[in-house]
Design a protein around this ligand. Structure first.
Ligand code: ARG
Length: 466
C-alpha cells in the first residue's frame, strides 16, 4: 500500500494517477451493477483455489463469508463505492481485505480481464432469462387479443395505403411471430453466454494448477448433461466482445419490433383512424390544449428504440479496431449494454401492462376493412378462376377502379352492364366477391388469415410460449 489507493497495481509507479486519469478511468459508477455476478465469480474462484490447494479451507471460508457479507451491504445500498479504486472488482477486493487478510490471495491465477468477461457472461445469462419471461408476457397478450378477435375484420396496409381485408387476429399474430423470434434470439444469446472465460487470466492463462471446469460448474456454466463449459482459447476469451454485441443486437431487434408497433398504434389511436383506444394510464394530456390525449408511451418506445440502436453501434465500433487482446477501450462496453437491457426491460414492462388494456374499435376497423376497394385483388383472383390470365385480370380490375373513381361510385356499385363492357367475364356473382367472410375463408393456405388456421395457431402458440 505504498502509494495509497493504487495498491493493487501500484508497485512500479512513483507518481499517483492524475485526477483526470481517475475520472476517465473509473468504471465503478456503472459497473457496480456487476457486483452480484462479481461476488459469485469470486466465491467460485476461491472454492476452486481451495480445491487445488492454493487456499486453505480456513482462508476460503473467510473469503466466502466476507464476500457474502459484502453482498448484503451492497444489496442494502450501503456499500461505499470508491472511484479511485477504478472498478467493481477492485472495490470489492479492497473491501474484502478489510474483512480478512486472506483476500490478498483471492486474485491468484486471475486477472480483471477474465473476471470482467465472466461477470459479463453471468450478467447476460441472467438478464436474457428475465427479458425472455417479459417477452413471453407480451406475446401471450397478443395471443389473447387474437383469440378474442378471430373473425373480427381489420384492414391491412402496404405503403400505408389500404390493401386487403384481414382479421384483427391475423394482425395480432404477426406480432406474436416477431416476438417469438425475439425469444429465440435471447435464448441463443443465453446459449452463447453459457461458457466460462474464467481461468483465461490476463490473456494466456496461468502457470498455477487451476481447475477451470470446476469453477465453471460452480457458476452454472454447464451443458444440458451438467458438463462444464469453458472457453477454449484464452486470447479470444478476454478480447472478444461479440457476446455483448449480440446481446445488444437482440435488444435492438426487440426494440425495433415494439417501435414499429408503436408507430402503427400512434396512427391507430388518432382521430383519423380511431382503430384503438389506449389506456389512460399510458397517455398524457397537454398543458395547453385541454382536449389532448397523447400516446406518449408509444412515442417514447419509438424514441428508446433509437437509443438502443445507438448502443448497438457503440459496441460494434468499439471492438472493430482493437489489437488483440484486451485494451482499456473495452471498458466502454458496459454503459451501452446495460442501457440497452434497461431500456428494453422498461419497454417490455410497459407493454405487458398496456397490451391487455388496449381496446380495438371493432366498428371502425370493420368499416375500413369492408371498404370495397380492399377487395380489388379478390376480383382479380375471381377472374383468374374464370380462366383470365392474372396480368389481364389485374388490368381489368384497374379499369373497374378507374370507372368507380370517375363515376364517384364504390367498386361494388358499378352496374353489371358497365362492368361487362370492361370484361365479359364479370358475371352476376361478381358482387359476391365483396363478402368479407368469403374473402377470409378462401385464404386457407398456411400463413393466411383464415380464422380456422389462426385458431389452430393460437393453440400452438399457447403451448409453445407458456
Ligand atoms: N474495468 C475494466 C473493464 O471493464 C476491468 C478490466 C481491467 N483490465 C485492465 N487490464 N486494466 O474493462
Amino acid at each position: 500500500m505504498q502509494n495509497g489507493s493504487q495498491a493493487t497495481w501500484g508497485g512500479r509507479f512513483k507518481d499517483l494517477p492524475a485526477q483526470n486519469m481517475i475520472q476517465m478511468g473509473e468504471s465503478v459508477s456503472f459497473d457496480y451493477k456487476l457486483a452480484p455476478y462479481d461476488i459469485a465469480c469470486s466465491r467460485a474462484h476461491a472454492q476452486m483455489l481451495a480445491k487445488v490447494g492454493i487456499l486453505t479451507t480456513e482462508e476460503q471460508q473467510a473469503i466466502d463469508e466476507g464476500l457474502q457479507a459484502l453482498l448484503k451491504t451492497i444489496e442494502a445500498g450501503e456499500f461505499d463505492w470508491n472511484p479511485t479504486l477504478e472498478d467493481v472488482h477492485m472495490n470489492i477486493e479492497q473491501a474484502l481485505l478489510k474483512i480478512t487478510p486472506a483476500a490478498a490471495k483471492l486474485h491468484t491465477a486471475r486477472s480483471r480481464n477474465d473476471q470482467v468477461a465472466t461477470d459479463t457472461h453471468l450478467y447476460i445469462k441472467d438478464v436474457s432469462a428475465k427479458l425472455i419471461a417479459k417477452i413471453k408476457a407480451c406475446t401471450l397478450a397478443f395471443v389473447d387479443h387474437a383469440a378474442a378477435n378471430l373473425e373480427q375484420p381489420a384492414p391491412s396496409y402496404t405503403h400505408l395505403q389500404r390493401a386487403q381485408p384481414i382479421t384483427i387476429a391475423h394482425y395480432c399474430l404477426a406480432w406474436v411471430e416477431m416476438l417469438y423470434r425475439d425469444i429465440l434470439e435471447f435464448e441463443n444469446v443465453n446459449e452463447r453466454a453459457n461458457v466460462c472465460p474464467l481461468g483465461s487470466g490476463a490473456l494466456a492463462g496461468t502457470t498455477l494448477p487451476i481447475d477451470r471446469e470446476y469453477t465453471a460448474s460452480l457458476l452454472g456454466f454447464v451443458d444440458s448433461n451438467g458438463n462444464p463449459r469453458v472457453t477454449t482459447n484464452s486470447l479470444d476469451a478476454i478480447a472478444s466482445r461479440d457476446l455483448i454485441t449480440k446481446f445488444a443486437f437482440a435488444c435492438s431487434q426487440l426494440a425495433n419490433h415494439f417501435s414499429r408497433l408503436a408507430e402503427d398504434w400512434i396512427l391507430w389511436a388518432s382521430a383519423e383512424f380511431q382503430f384503438i383506444h389506449l389506456p389512460d394510464a399510458y397517455t398524457t394530456g397537454s398543458s395547453l390544449m385541454p382536449q389532448k390525449r397523447n400516446p406518449d408511451a408509444l412515442e417514447l418506445t419509438r424514441g428508446k428504440a433509437s437509443r438502443v440502436q445507438g448502443n448497438l453501434m457503440t459496441l460494434l465500433s468499439l471492438s472493430k479496431a482493437q489489437a488483440l487482446t484486451y485494451n482499456r477501450d473495452l471498458q466502454e462496453d458496459k454503459p451501452a449494454a446495460f442501457d440497452s437491457a434497461e431500456q428494453v426491460s422498461m419497454i417490455l414492462d410497459t407493454f405487458a401492462d398496456l397490451l391487455p388494456k388496449v381496446a380495438f374499435n371493432h366498428a371502425k376497423l370493420k368499416e375500413a376493412a369492408l371498404d370495397p376497394i380492399l377487395f380489388a385483388t379478390d376480383i382479380a383472383d375471381y377472374l383468374v378462376e374464370k380462366g383470365v390470365p392474372f396480368r389481364d385480370s389485374h388490368h381489368i380490375v384497374g379499369q373497374l377502379v378507374a370507372e368507380a373513381e370517375k363515376s364517384g361510385m364504390a367498386l361494388n356499385e358499378i352496374p353489371l352492364e358497365t362492368a361487362q363492357q370492361i370484361s365479359t367475364q364479370l358475371a352476376e356473382d361478381f358482387y359476391q366477391v365483396f363478402d368479407f367472410e368469403r374473402s377470409i375463408s378462401k385464404r386457407i393456405a398456411t400463413g393466411m388469415p383464415n380464422p380456422r388456421l389462426n385458431a389452430g395457431l393460437i393453440e400452438q402458440w399457447r403451448q409453445k410460449i407458456s
